[in-house]
Design a protein around this ligand. Structure first.
Ligand SMILES: [Mg+2]
Length: 437
């Protein structure tokens, strides 16, 4: 680290002050926060697909990581606790995390469910504190209020802040002002730079570029030649020249949309459960169309009387926001999930959302059929706006709406007890505050 070729990248501390927050082993940590009995134990999620989606740090220490099959993971760790992915609870934790960040600054970007950026530039005067202290306060607040740990990076650009947030994990706090950028980048392998995929890494290796520091020493013109506009932007970002704005655009707030229906007493009737699910899909589609989004992934969840979540998901062959297109898929997923028994809730998650103007018609779609579907969806939105949701619905959701009109079922106790981060329609069973204290 004391080689005499190193040079300062810039002497400005924070011309811009950008924070990146990344939750540690998010889906597994949320399970440990809401189930104290799992704390300190190896926990993984992804039971529904047989592949590990998230692993707690206890599991990681035993060599269990994301992407491993459950079968292999159990060989490494026979006492592994394997759970299905609970999108409902995790999206509430996610929402809470971004809400806390927004209490510090309105400039917050929801980059993914468990990762986001905040722009603190110009706030030192208001808070009468250096940027490091504001970021430290934010870190403490998120950790304390959520009962899970996140890692925070603070630096001059999004590209640098992202490297900082991954620098120490879990529960890391890494702030790097201009005069220390060169030290951070010398310790950062090229592959850890945001957007630097394996093919770019091996291309740059041919030029003897191995660290992020080597990369920023390259001539800009060569970077442009080899990596194009995006590579050049990152080259500037890593030199402390912020190119990428913290985007607060609405569509970023919807990485996924979920709609759940909880019922008391429990329901055992197959046809009724199916119609609840179709209604969930209608509501989720109405919501994503409002934001001009379309989904590329669909998950279907049933919650049993014992509060087990059964979830199954699928990639969609093309993005859609149409319940007519999704309902046969929901049917198929439901058929593979359903076993006779009592159920407490149904739910649907539309994920991997993209702007609907990016939806491309595929070769085998008949344009006429597509147009009809879009027109009908548009009509449903229009009626919902004027007369309330579910005015016009798929015939198969009729059992669900009839139950809806009948007398209200018994209210579960927590319906009357709305917690911070919840709404009347979306509840979390556990308080966010003081989970860990
Ligand atoms: Mg994370």
């Amino acid at each position: 680290m004391t080689s005499n070729t190193q040079q300062f990248v810039t002497l400005h501390s924070y011309p811009r002050a950008i924070v990146c927050i990344d939750a540690d082993a998010f889906f597994a940590s949320v399970e440990q926060a809401v189930h104290p009995e799992y704390r300190g134990k190896p926990v993984v999620t992804g039971a529904e697909r047989g592949i590990i989606a998230a692993a707690s740090y206890e599991a990681k220490a035993l060599g269990v990581k994301r992407g491993l099959s459950l079968w292999d993971a159990r060989k490494l760790c026979p006492e592994l606790i394997v759970l299905p992915t609970d999108y409902e609870t995790c999206s509430l934790f996610s929402k809470r995390m971004f809400d806390i960040m927004r209490e510090f600054t309105p400039q917050v970007e929801e980059y993914s469910m468990d990762e986001g950026f905040a722009d603190l530039t110009g706030l030192r005067r208001m808070y009468r504190k250096p940027y490091e202290e504001i970021a430290h306060d934010m870190h403490q607040r998120v950790n304390r209020d959520l009962g899970i740990t996140v890692s925070l990076g603070l630096s001059l650009s999004k590209g640098l802040a992202k490297i900082c947030s991954a620098f120490r994990k879990p529960n890391g706090f890494t702030a790097v002002p201009g005069k220390y950028i060169h030290i951070l980048l010398q310790r950062t392998p090229l592959g850890d730079v945001w957007g630097m995929g394996p093919s770019n890494v091996s291309l740059l290796h041919k030029y003897r570029i191995h660290t992020a520091y080597d990369f920023i020493q390259m001539e800009e013109i060569l970077v442009k030649q080899l990596l194009g506009k995006l590579g050049t932007e990152m080259w500037h970002e890593l030199r402390g020249e912020s190119m990428l704005d913290v985007s607060t655009a609405v569509k970023k707030s919807y990485q996924s949309v979920s709609k759940f229906k909880t019922f008391t007493p429990p329901v055992a009737d197959r046809e009724q459960l199916r119609s609840f699910l179709l209604r969930n899909v209608e509501s989720a589609c109405i919501k994503i169309r409002r934001y001009h989004l379309a989904a590329r992934k669909l998950y279907v969840t049933l919650r049993t009387q014992q509060f087990d979540h059964l979830t199954i998901g699928t990639d969609l062959s093309r993005a859609t926001a149409s319940p007519l297109e999704l309902s046969p898929i929901v049917d198929a997923l439901f058929a593979s999930l359903f076993k006779p028994g009592d159920y407490r809730a149904t739910g649907v998650v539309l994920a991997d959302l993209i702007a609907d103007d990016r939806v491309q018609m595929q070769l085998f779609d008949s344009p006429i059929r597509m147009e009809k579907i879009e027109k009908l969806s548009g009509a449903i939105d229009e009626l919902s706006k004027r007369f309330g949701k579910h005015t016009l619905h798929l015939a198969s959701t009729l059992p669900a709406s009839q139950q809806h009109q009948g007398g209200r079922a018994v209210q579960p106790e927590r319906k009357e007890n709305i917690l911070k981060g919840e709404t009347a329609r979306r509840h979390l069973k556990y308080s966010f505050a003081k989970i860990n204290s």
